[in-house]
Ligand binder design. Sequence first.
Ligand SMILES: Nc1nc2c(ncn2[C@@H]2O[C@H](COP(=O)(O)OP(=O)(O)O)[C@@H](O)[C@H]2O)c(=O)[nH]1
Ligand SMILES: [Mg+2]
Length: 379
Amino acid sequence: MAHPHRAFAGGDARRGRGNHGCVDERGVLYCGAQSGACTPMPANLSPEYKAAEQAFRKAREPRERLDHLREMLRTIPKHKGTDHLQADIKRRIKALAEALETAPRKGAARGGPALVVRPEGAAQLALVGPPNTGKSALHARLTGSGAQIADYPFTTQVPEPGMLAWEDVQFQLVDLPAVSPAHPVAWLAGSLQTADACLLVVDLGHPECVEEVQAVHAILREKRVSLTERWPASDAPAPEEDEDPFALRLPTLLLASKADLAADEGAELAAFRELSGLRYPALAVSARSGAGLEALGPWLLRALGIVRVYTKAPGKPPERDHPFTLRRGQTVEDAARLVHQDIARTLKYARVWGRSGFDGKHVGRDHRVEDGDVLELHA
Ligand SMILES: Nc1nc2c(ncn2[C@@H]2O[C@H](COP(=O)(O)OP(=O)(O)O)[C@@H](O)[C@H]2O)c(=O)[nH]1
Ligand SMILES: [Mg+2]
């Protein structure tokens, strides 16, 4: 059975394993050493603390996450066994508070989140990779953003959000600075915390690409971010749930960029896989010619297990303009919550037209919705 943390609502399936400051189900805290060297120490975490941690894991909105972190710090039992975890929480609070406060650009009129991007749309995808691989060019082409593109490295300085539309689904793409030892960016891992997945942009024609991608992994690993080839809707068995609240595991799609320059994309990719040992699913794309880009939207929709639901009022046609987006396995109740908290609370039943039920069949709140379903909610 799926672990409750793997419920899709908060994108918690992305949380991964770590070996630092981990707490197991019995509230046993590990020493925070690297794997193999851990000795369990009793932490006696209170139900109050556990509730705060659970809320933190579920939250996606950066300010909400900050509130939950503060609650974790307030409620954590203060003794030796929790020293590591306390220090960790304090560090996170400081980093997130700073990221939220920093002005995005000199003289920018808008305030609000700067170095972390508030998630919008069906999913947030972070563009990650070595310098000069074409991350910003892809972002500009896919979202129509004015992301800065240049043939010198480290042009991108702040996270740049933009929306990629496919059919009636909006994906949020966040352009980021390069992940590179030559140009460390302190807040980068912080800004990945809100992402559902990564687009790892690699220029397979670059002679150093394998080393560069290995450096990306090493830098992220230090920040307890790992990339995985396993996407939520894949059939691979679910990884064990990690009890480290700060380990982040992001499903990753490799975008082999600048395909317009490649003589044989398939051969390049095979060589890259062989040399790097990486097995991410991959698409060959070109920001210049647009080649391969049309496949991205449907690929993401499927791999993330995104399900679109349309609502209708009794006796009226469905509202086809804006679907509510859920994840595979979610229910009528989850859909109702997206419409309004009150409706979710008072919901009696729904009628459904679509793949999960025909002709306005009456269903309960636990009924699983399918892509394209039309729901009439009766509260
Ligand atoms: N031929 C080709 N060049 C590209 C493509 N995408 C980006 N570039 C070039 O690669 C360089 C780096 O692009 P940029 O988007 O700034 O890379 P970033 O550092 O990963 O954001 C620029 O000179 C771009 O013009 C592409 O699809 N094809
Ligand atoms: Mg860039």
